[in-house]
Design a binder for this molecule. Sequence first.
Ligand SMILES: [Zn+2]
Length: 174
Amino acid sequence: MASSSYSNSPCAACKFLRRKCLPECVFAPYFPPEEPHKFINVHRVFGASNVSKILNEILPHQREDAVNSLAYEAEARLKDPVYGSVRVISVLQRQILMLQKELEATNADLMRYTSNEHSAHAIPSMDGSSIIDHHQQYYQHGGWANFGNQNIGMSSDYYNDEGDGPCESGNGSM
Ligand SMILES: [Zn+2]
């Protein structure tokens, strides 16, 4: 428990590698003995010698950020050997795209509502409101929580009048 208070307590890296932790140890400031898994993860994914090479190549004030990013990437890689941190990045990118579409749709709705306010008598209330409802439904189905369902909502609303396209061609002569 109080072992970390001893000045000669080896860092997590030197403890794991079973070597003497010297005062100039490049790992010591970033791999404290209380966090053994931080070093073990980084060592398993990148290798201790590569990590020390990286730390020696960059400026001292960049080392903490570099170690934190290596530790994050190593943990993600061990959790998901195929995609690593890319899985998290792509999920977040997809969320950004969906939210941007939602924001665009909301801004378009907002513009439509404010222009309706200015010329409330000019627009037929029945047709105008139904178009906005369909529009809202589309973007609600298109929200990132229900991403897979948006085609169902679209096809029933928009393609009913035209009949089934694929069946038409299928019924003809083969
Ligand atoms: Zn050390």
